[in-house]
Design a binder for this molecule. Structure first.
Ligand code: CP
Ligand code: NVA
Length: 311
């Protein structure tokens, strides 16, 4: 796997082998860190961390991973720079590209992370946009692999807002590496038809299936049930409408029991709104795996930076 110089904007741009290679690299970096061994592959590298939206995990993961590998991270919050309102994204990209060796971007428009990559000339990593959250998927897959020992052939059900960044990126990732993937959501919140078709093609190549349904019986046989907030960042005004639409899809004891398996795990990208998308009981029962998943953000983001920028 040679990803040197590549940006990480969406999993669509990566082959199944590259995605699995990043997960293996993350597992290796994690094992080393547990033994107290960190690296120096980002020594002398300066990394810009642009955040238009808030973050706990992604910001911390990029910061710690960068420092673990000997690099210097610089946080550029929404009030620190004038991205897209007093200075064009193209101009900011050209400036940052002359000073930094790599750029992380968390924000609203996918188009902006793509522009940053196009105009900066350095690797750009997508730390979440309205459309995709690709680094999260690597952490989710590392967690599934640690738990089940394998990825291909697992059945993952995402219950909730089926057209948000998480549902989109999980559908791409699962399709690519052959995890059977179901979106369980009301029709109003189903993913775009074009993206679904694209993911069905990936899944057909990898030997898995993509299902979109509003029938909760679809959780039968699931190895993992995944959920995310009902209102993503920027959509807070839609809370009442979303609660009404999504209440039947809450991950609770009843939904977990419908899998018919006692080995099913629960995953959440976090932050969680307990009482909405998941009950406190289910969340706490699976807290160990959910916080492994959160920790794995750091190891997988480190793998992305090492693979695309490291010496
Ligand atoms: N899962 C995730 O991206 O968390 P943050 O919003 O805290 O970065
Ligand atoms: N869909 C959520 C993910 C948070 C990690 C959001 O965009 O707010």
């Amino acid at each position: 796997m040679n990803l040197k110089g590549r940006s990480f904007l969406t999993l669509k741009d990566f082959t199944p082998g590259e995605i699995l290679g990043l997960i293996d690299l993350a597992a290796d970096l994690k094992a080393k860190k547990k033994r107290g061994i960190t690296g120096s592959s980002l020594k002398g590298k300066n990394i810009a961390l642009i955040f238009e939206k808030p973050s706990t995990r992604t910001r911390s993961a990029f910061t710690v991973a960068c420092i673990d590998e000997g690099g210097h991270p610089e946080y550029l919050g929404k009030d620190d720079i004038q991205l897209g309102y007093k200075e064009s994204v193209e101009d900011t990209a050209r400036v940052l590209g002359r000073m930094f060796d790599g750029i992380e971007f968390r924000g609203f428009k996918q188009e902006n992370v793509e522009k940053l990559a196009k105009y900066s000339g350095v690797p750009v990593w997508n730390g979440l946009t309205d459309t995709y959250h690709p680094t999260q998927i690597l952490a989710d897959f590392l967690t599934l692999k640690e738990h089940f020992g394998t990825l291909k052939g697992l059945k993952l059900v995402f219950a909730g807002d089926g057209r948000n960044n998480m549902a989109n990126s999980l559908m791409i990732g699962c399709g690519k590496i052959g995890i059977h993937f179901t979106i369980l959501a009301p029709k109003e919140l189903w993913p775009g038809e074009d993206l679904k078709k694209e993911c069905e093609k990936y899944a057909a190549e990898a030997g898995s299936t993509i299902t979109v349904t509003d029938d909760t019986d679809a959780v039968r046989g699931a190895d993992a049930i995944y959920t995310d907030v009902w209102c993503s960042m920027g959509e807070e005004a839609l809370a009442a409408e979303r609660i009404a639409l999504l209440k039947p899809y809450q991950v609770n004891d009843g939904l977990m029991a419908k899998t018919g398996k006692d080995t099913t795990i629960f995953l959440h990208c976090l932050p969680a709104v307990k009482g909405n998308e998941v009950t406190e009981e289910v969340f706490e029962r699976y807290a160990d795996v959910v916080f492994d998943e959160a920790e794995n953000r750091m190891h997988t983001i480190k793998a992305v930076m090492v693979a695309t920028l490291g010496d």
